[in-house]
Write a protein that binds this ligand. Structure first.
Ligand SMILES: Cc1ncc(COP(=O)(O)O)c(C=O)c1O
Length: 461
């Protein structure tokens, strides 16, 4: 984090620039508007998932290649969104395209295992240092099944999660996300607030939120739960929080959580749906050197095809092997996804690819920091592996409380508009981190920095 004294950004200037940039984007995207008018009649909100919603209309894409995507109006964009971090390989990678094309000719689904599923499990076991694996089709399924395995093994119901962390869209983890701090309550005793309607309070109540980067608070909450006869089955967490920009673990935190969970016989689940395969070959598990009992991965695994996996120790997988926990799914280990994953892991995400991602990220983070320093911009650049962001806060974000207290949603929206109007594709209006792909170049990163610099200059002029 840089040590400059940040300037105070004039809020009316943000509104003025937002209006200007929004108008410009509207003018550049008439094709998206027309598709939205058609889509909204049958596709709820005109989109396939509420995370794709955008006012006044979403930007519809037609195709992608390498680091670039094109929208239906022919606007060419450098992709830093990369499918919420799934496309770290870049779009239409020839090795993955070849593997999928060859597989498609041989039949795409049997609901019976293929050799590719074994090869992928062998490679995942090597990367994460965890011997046993099963497949699913998404990150949500991975976290859902991992929690069930932990409950099956321990015979307990309570789950501890980190406040503000997203682990997918099943009831058990749709808790304490996007919640107002007043609803969440005191730090020692956060409430199990459901995320959106339709999550039963009784189910949400089984999931107990605690703050990130505070092993003491986690220890005290676990003690109190144990005293009340509710010793948790598991702690599910991201080792480095994504989805609030990027929040890194403080030194010693993960080790303390590992020790604490071990002491109580609580399973530690690292949700590596975002970090796994993207911040190192063996994800956060490798990068931070702390091995959980269970790990969940998805997104980047399938190289653009739906897939996910759960990995674990022999002990953690015992209830699956004995069939005490029923871990199933028609499309699990789908041959097409497995062919893509095999090519992805063995031919695309190589050691050289990870070295390139690290170098690119160092470059883009350093250049963003330079912009921040020269304009006195209130923020800091933070990242790891292929992931990073400029956090629009003069104070360091270490957990959900500091995030909520300092987040600047208006600035996020403006940054997105600046990006879109300058050929940079990012997630609409969210505190989403960038994902670089192995096909990005230093010049591509410089284009991102140039858009940020233009915004910083316009805001601080
Ligand atoms: C950390 C984390 N876990 C789980 C999920 C859910 O994955 P999916 O959208 O594939 O169900 C996400 C999705 O963004 C995620 O970021």
């Amino acid at each position: 984090m840089s040590t400059h004294a940040p300037v105070e950004i004039d809020r009316s200037r943000i509104s003025e620039l937002t209006e200007r940039e929004a108008k410009r984007l509207d003018q550049r995207t008439p094709g998206s508007r027309a598709l939205y008018e058609r889509a909204r009649k049958t596709l709820s909100g005109g989109v396939a998932s509420s995370y794709q919603v955008r006012e006044p209309w979403p930007i519809y894409l037609s195709h992608g290649r390498g680091p670039k995507v094109w929208d239906v109006d022919g606007n060419e964009l450098l992709d830093f969104h990369n499918g919420f971090g799934s496309m770290v390989q870049g779009h239409a990678h020839p090795a993955i395209t070849r593997a999928v094309t060859e597989r498609i000719e041989l039949g795409t689904h049997f609901a019976a295992p293929t050799e590719d599923a074994i090869v992928v499990a062998e490679e995942l076991a090597r990367r994460f240092g965890l011997p046993k694996w099963r497949y699913v089709n998404s990150g949500s399924e991975a976290t859902m099944d991992a929690i069930r395995i932990a409950r099956g093994l321990t015979g307990r119901d309570t789950v501890v999660k980190i406040a503000g962390s997203y682990h997918g869209h099943h009831d058990g983890v749709m808790v304490a996300i996007g919640t107002q701090l007043v609803e969440l309550g005191g730090r020692e005793d956060y409430a199990s607030v459901p995320y959106g309607a339709g999550v039963p309070k009784a189910v949400a109540g089984l999931t107990v939120p605690v703050p990130f980067n505070d092993a003491g608070a986690m220890a005290r909450r676990i003690e109190r739960l144990a005293e009340g006869g509710r010793l948790p089955a598991c702690v599910i967490m991201e080792a480095a929080m994504m989805n609030l920009g990027v929040v890194l673990p403080e030194p010693g935190y993960l080790e303390a959580v590992r020790e604490l969970t071990r002491q109580h016989g609580i399973l530690l689940i690292f949700d590596e749906v975002k970090t796994g395969l993207c911040i190192a070959a063996g994800g956060a598990t490798e990068r931070f050197g702390v091995t959980p009992d269970l790990v969940t991965i998805a997104k980047a695994l399938g190289g653009g095809l739906p897939s996910g996996a759960i990995g674990g120790t022999e002990e953690a997988f015992e209830p699956v092997e004995s069939d005490a926990v029923v871990q199933v799914g028609t499309y699990n280990g789908n041959p097409l996804s497995m062919a893509a994953a095999r090519a992805n892991l063995l031919e695309v995400l190589t050691p050289a690819a990870y070295a390139h991602l690290d170098e690119l990220n160092r470059h883009i983070l350093r250049r963003c920091e330079d912009v921040i320093a020269s304009y006195g911009f209130p923020g800091y650049a933070v990242g790891i592996g292929s992931k990073g962001c400029v956090t629009f806060s003069p104070r360091q974000i270490v957990d959900y409380e500091t995030f909520k207290a300092n987040q600047d949603a208006e600035l996020c929206e403006l940054a997105w508009l600046y990006n879109m109007n300058r050929g940079i594709f990012m997630t609409p209006g969210r505190e989403e981190e960038w994902t670089l792909s192995i096909t990005h170049s230093f010049e591509d990163c410089d284009a991102f920095v140039a858009a940020f610099e233009e915004m910083a200059a316009d805001l601080t002029a």
